[in-house]
Design a protein around this ligand. Sequence first.
Ligand SMILES: [Zn+2]
Ligand SMILES: [Zn+2]
Length: 412
Amino acid sequence: MCNSTTCYHALPMLRGLSGRRSRARASRESRNRSNNTLLYFILAVIVFEEVTQVVAGRDYYDILGVSRDADSSTIKRAFRKLAVKYHPDKNPGDKTAEKMYVELNNAYEVLGDNSKRQRYDMYGEDGLKGGEQDGDADDFFFNPFGRRNRQRERRVPDVSVPLSVSLEMLYNGGVMEVSHKKRVICSRWSDCESKCTKCGGSGMIITTRRLGPGFVQQMQQTCPTCGGTGKIGKPNCKSCPKGQFEQVEKMLLIDIEKGMRNGQTITFDGQTDEKPDHYPGNLHFEIDTKEHDRFQRDGNDLHYYLDINLSEALVGVDRIVRQLDGREVSIQTRGVISPKERVVIEGEGMPAFDGVGRGNLVVEFWVQFPETLTDEQRKGVIEILGKPPTKDETGDGTSSASESADTEKTEL
Ligand SMILES: [Zn+2]
Ligand SMILES: [Zn+2]
């Protein structure tokens, strides 16, 4: 029989068998021969049923044509594409397409639902039967950790990490490739572990403390060796020659949608470190916009600071601003611009995340004055703009002899 970990279809069934075999072994010790015969007969029937089921069922990931670590948006896209292709309306009378359409829906019902997908990943189709509350069924079916539901549902806490994203990426949308390291446990953890020798599998140990002559206090505490699970790793497991825990590096493709903002998250289900007896938690990437050297974002508006010279400020600006998607946006003004004056170009800001509309591009002019003027330039300015006012012409019109005297003093 296939016993390799790559044979995924058969895996849930094999696990089921090994669970039942050990059960049978226990029975052999405690019951007589005739009981055993009956038990084997029942087992044979169950095994036969399972074989037919496994042969009939296809792997849900294969049906959708996605890899086992595909993220939820990839799964959604794959389902939509295939559902359109095999839709009964498009294939009238085609039985194969009809069957495919049903399979697609079954597969998506599981893989499109985070908790169902996790159960499927860990226990195969068996994990989807009976429901979580069915304690008896759980005891009967294979249970990889030999524990009850309540403990099986423990999860590794979710992890949130900042994701530094460029403004260009948020403007245009795109896919970011991020390397993610996580700890994985042996793929055959149930075979790989054995009863903890320190606590005998109970997960608790009793310690005694002498309080004084004749007084001894007994205390129960979590076993430090197995951390309360009652199980420890077995050496020389075939599935994990490198050890039960392994650090793996994985490339994650993060879908950045147009217009996303700081603080928005993109979630990868079940991508935290793995821990025995636990479902892995979710990994959240939180958007953190990188500072841009030309633009500043304010909501959906983009601010752009444009240095212009004095001549432009007086006569008019005719410039090009390179937009975040590489387009050239023309900035033209006529007339005089005051320092820090703004021009709003509607619809040239960030695209809105919900897909409706866009912000504006706000261009702020920073007038760069010349540091010095030549005599000739001075003459020219006077000629064009007129002579600067003299002392007598300035002030608030209360000019008097005494005041001019004061001014003369300060000028010294
Ligand atoms: Zn192992
Ligand atoms: Zn222990």
